[in-house]
Structure formats: structure tokens, C-alpha cells
Design a protein around this ligand. Structure first.
Ligand code: IMP
Ligand code: MG
Length: 332
């Protein structure tokens, strides 16, 4: 803080939602800006309730945080309205005037495309919606009557907030390995750059105004959809290890692989990471479950954390030990 970018290290689903919800309360965030679109689901578990958020920023659990949808984002109007109700975000959430709109026709185009089937897109239509925006024929938030009560100048609000030394978190979505430009995984990528610089850019925050880049690693790697996954293990093996997951948004099986130190190092560098979070440590070492003090971790877990730090050259400041927002070891 004051300005932190949260970026996913791998193929998404690293547990960014949990980390953001923790920071919202712990650091008492003033602003949280969500980038990207409806294809990404951020899971928040708080006070026994589970949320899979496709639009509303994961910081909603702090009722004092101003929640914003970025100028560069793509808004699914119905999903947004439903989630505002579900999270009781009315009165403290805003959508940038110039955010673009994703419509049903985009989803139909996404699902009808043969290449998209092979890539295994989420089917929400984010790629076609971005194409339309680039063609300059997209609808913007300011054109939608239902969004009128929520319209905001996100870019101005956040930059004014930074002038006043407010705490701002820029919520990246998906993971760096899905970046359209930088992951090297084309065409098995999403329709945008998911890296830290692009997250700041979508929110209209210049690079010199960002103080920290917090890269989120999960203790193992998962991927949904097509494309290579180095070190991939079978579904049966993933179940045996306790790594098997299904996607929060689409319900699809997630493929999995062990943590990749080389990839973790490379992506930390490209994203300019200054801090790291390591989630789901309890999936690798069940004895870590619910632990809140570093000193209470078993030696093998500490060794793993040290290895992550030595190989990536980034300090692991937050460690997830359970699904609840507050199940975190905070070493800051
Ligand atoms: P699209 O973003 O729906 O176009 O999908 C492109 C690729 O990115 C597919 O492999 C999806 O499974 C993957 N993808 C998109 N969003 C997410 C996400 O939030 N988490 C994990 N994978 C995602
Ligand atoms: Mg997700």
C-alpha cells in the first residue's frame, strides 16, 4: 500500500479473491478496482458464506471500501446487478463511464467459434466483446440506463485518492499465463493482457504510481480449458493428493500440476513483483490448516516457503492456510 496491484502468477484461480478480501479488512482499503470481465470468478468465503464473484470487487466484505469497476473492464450488466444485490454493495460501488458492455450476442459468438472450442473459453463472450470494443462499435456503461445509478469516473476517483494517500488495490483477474501478449501461450490465452502493467493500465494508474506488485502463487498449479500444462498429473492423482478442483465460474474440472519454481521466478520478474502470496499451503501440508503464526508451521512447509523465496527472489508475505478470508499468516 498505498497502491498495490494484485496479479495471478499462473493460469488463474490462485486464490486472489481470498487474498483481496483479507487485505480489504486487514489494511482497511479505501479503494478496490476490479479489472477484466465476467469470465473470471473470485471466490470469497466470509462468515460462513461463499461468494463466487464475476463482477463485484472481492473487497466488498469491508463496508467502507469504495468498490469500482475499471475503465478498461467489460461489464456484464445482469451479473453486475445480481452481485450488487448479493453483496449489498449498493451505495458504495461504481462503474466507470467508459467501461464497455458484454452482451448475450458475444456469448453466442464465443460458443459458436470452432477455435474457441479448442481453446476451451469460458463461453461468456469476453473475446468477442473486446473485438467489438476495438472496432469502436461497443456499448459503454454510460449508454446503459440500468447502470445510471452506478456511473463513476473511476480513473479520476482513484488518482485523486492516490493524491490524498488513500489505500488503493488494483484487482487483477485470471493469471499471467493467460496473457494475450506476454504468456507465450497464444492461442491458448484470454482476450487481454493479464499482467501487472496491464492491470494498472486498465484502471488508468500510471506505472510510477504503483508501490507494490503482489504476485499470487498457489501451492500447486491448475488450469482450465485447453493448452499445455507442464508437469500435468492425472485427475486421479490430483484427487489422491487433494489438489482436485472444479472451476468457480464454469464448474469445469481444473487440470493440475506441481508448483513450478522456474515459471514462478520468470513471472515474478516480468510482472515486477515486490511481494508474493502463497495460497493453499494446507493442500500440500495438511498440518498447516488454519495456522496463523509462521512459527507454528511444520518444518517441511517452512522449507517450501523458503525455496519459493530463494528461487523467485520475492518475499512471501501472505500465506493462505484455509479457505476463509482470515485464514492467513501475515508476515508483513
Ligand atoms: P476466455 O477468457 O473465456 O476467452 O477463455 C480463454 C482461456 O482462458 C480458456 O482456457 C479459459 O479456461 C481461461 N480462463 C479465462 N478466465 C479464466 C479464469 O478466471 N480462471 C481460469 N481460467 C480462465
Ligand atoms: Mg477463478
Amino acid at each position: 500500500m498505498p497502491c498495490t496491484v494484485i496479479v495471478g502468477a499462473f493460469w488463474g484461480d490462485e486464490g486472489k479473491g481470498k487474498i483481496i478480501s483479507y487485505l480489504a479488512l486487514k489494511d482497511d482499503l479505501d479503494f478496490c478496482v476490479r479489472t477484466g470481465s465476467v469470465n473470471a470468478a473470485h471466490t470469497v468465503l466470509f462468515e460462513g458464506k461463499k461468494y463466487a464473484l464475476h463482477m463485484v470487487p472481492a473487497a466488498f466484505i469491508n463496508s467502507k471500501t469504495r468498490l469500482l469497476i475499471a475503465a478498461g473492464a467489460n461489464v456484464h450488466v445482469q451479473k453486475f446487478l445480481d452481485e450488487v444485490e448479493q453483496t449489498k454493495a449498493n451505495g458504495r460501488i461504481g462503474v466507470d463511464l467508459n467501461a464497455s458492455i458484454i452482451e448475450e450476442k458475444h456469448s453466442a459468438q464465443d460458443k459458436a467459434s470452432a477455435i474457441n472450442k479448442g481453446i476451451g473459453t469460458t463461453g461468456w463472450g469476453v473475446g468477442p466483446a473486446i473485438e467489438e470494443r476495438v472496432r469502436r462499435t461497443a456499448k459503454l456503461a454510460k449508454d446503459i440506463p440500468e447502470l445510471k445509478p452506478y456511473l463513476a469516473d473511476q480513473v479520476q476517483e482513484v488518482n485523486d485518492g492516490l493524491d490524498a494517500n488513500k489505500k488503493v488495490l488494483l484487482e487483477g483477474t485470471q493469471g499471467f499465463m493467460l496473457s494475450l501478449f506476454l504468456s507465450g501461450g497464444y492461442p491458448y490465452v484470454t482476450g487481454r493482457d493479464t499482467g501487472a502493467s496491464a492491470i494498472a493500465s486498465e484502471a488508468g494508474v500510471g506505472p510510477t504510481r504503483v508501490d507494490e506488485v503482489l504476485i499470487v502463487y498457489k501451492s500447486f498449479i491448475t488450469r482450465v480449458g485447453g493448452g499445455p500444462l507442464p508437469g500435468e498429473i492425472s485427475k486421479e492423482e490430483a484427487q489422491r493428493r487433494g489438489w482436485f478442483e472444479t472451476a468457480a465460474g464454469t464448474g469445469r474440472d481444473r487440470r493440475s500440476a506441481p508448483f513450478d519454481f522456474e515459471l514462478a521466478k520468470k513471472n515474478a520478474k516480468i510482472n515486477g513483483a515486490t511481494q508474493a502470496a502463497l495460497t493453499k499451503l494446507d493442500s500440500l501440508f495438511p498440518r498447516c490448516r488454519g495456522v496463523k503464526q509462521y512459527g507454528d508451521l511444520p518444518a517441511e512447509a517452512k522449507d517450501f516457503i523458503k525455496e519459493v523465496e530463494t528461487k523467485t527472489c520475492v518475499p512471501v508475505v501472505l500465506i493462505g492456510t484455509g479457505p476463509e478470508a482470515m485464514e492467513i499468516i501475515d508476515r508483513r
